[in-house]
Ligand binder design. Sequence first.
Ligand code: ADP
Length: 438
Amino acid sequence: MNTFWLSLAPILWLTIIAALTGMIFDTAIVLGLYSIILLGIVIYHLHTLYCLDQWLRHSDYSYSTVPDRSGLWGVVFARLARFVRRSDKERLGLNISLERLQRATSALPEGIVILGDKDQIEWCNSSAELHLGLNLGMDAGQHISRMVRQVRFVAYLDAGDFSKPFLLNQTRFRDTLLSIQIVPYGDREKLLISRDVTRFEKLEIMRRDFVANVSHELRTPLTVIGGFLETLLEENKVSGDMEKNALRLMFDQATRMRRLVEDLLTLSRLENAGNNLAEEKVDIVKLLQELYQEAQSLSAGRHTISLDLVSHAMLLGSEDELRSAFENLISNAVRYTPENGVISLNWTVENGKGLFYVQDSGIGIEPNHIPRLTERFYRVDRSRSRETGGTGLGLAIVKHVLNRHQASMEITSQPGAGSIFRMWFPESRVLPAENVTE
Ligand code: ADP
């Protein structure tokens, strides 16, 4: 018999007994007694309901405090106690897992901050407290930009492009350099991961300084050696073909080393973060006309070179750096294009972006080499690069110059058919032409 019939049975029995006794005794007395007993039953149920309500409102939801009753209520409360006991167990399990997770994230050397949909701090681990000077107890709910008060960081957060980490110089608490990575997840929430990269940065600075110092120290002796060798060669101070050949070889190698040193120094200058970009109005047309003349003399009539100036727009940037980048592309086109080849230099504006490109009908490049060309000393054909006076640093310099101008490079090439090296400059750097005389 189910609980419903079990609880209804006493009322049914009472009704039957009342009906039978009503036939024998005074009906009014029987009905009165019947009503009083029914009222008692209703009061009992209402009181039990009240107890349940009180328990739901004020209890700690422990199964030991569930009201104790018999009959139908007893069955209901036993089920409730079982349910509460099961949830207690699950809650305990979840708490243990959560604590373990929190202990694990606290032990991480990376700082972790959970940001809500309005970039407010929801949780952070102890490494994040140390890195960013946070105090979870006091700062929870605060907007992250109130805690990390750096204009560049706020702009990075607002821009919403988190493909590259942000380097944060944290001088407020300790002199540290942090790499901040933001990972959006869920419903407009974010995970902020901070890493202390001070040591790596120091090593990188030491490496850069070392290369720059060695290059600098080598510059003077190489200039002296080159100068003497040149004088000896020019003034015909040595007799004998073997001696002359040896002298010529020494002079060529000294020149190559000087070029290498100059390129290394250029790279160090470009890499130096303290070296701010000169924001000048660069007359690209004038610059390219000069470079066109240089290309002609470098080619010495071996190629057909053309200059196509579709636009007279100027560029905002460093003239020296742009000259060096353009020069590298042009000299590569001359050096990697066999005799009678065709080379064109082009300047145009497409969809607001500045575009300089060099097209050649040269030896071309296999597709697998293209992604690595801007690495230092990466050369497809080492001996050809050397023979033509290459250092293997030209495209690395180009990449740095482009990065500093927020520009990008696109290389399309076909082995045996030639290459196109395109440089795209952002709209913000393209300026209208001044005093154009056409
Ligand atoms: P390098 O001084 O050796 O020319 P770069 O950094 O300027 O060094 O170029 C890297 C390599 O890219 C070159 O060694 C060459 O193999 C390849 N390369 C660059 N420009 C061209 C080009 N226009 N045509 C074919 N190969 C090229």
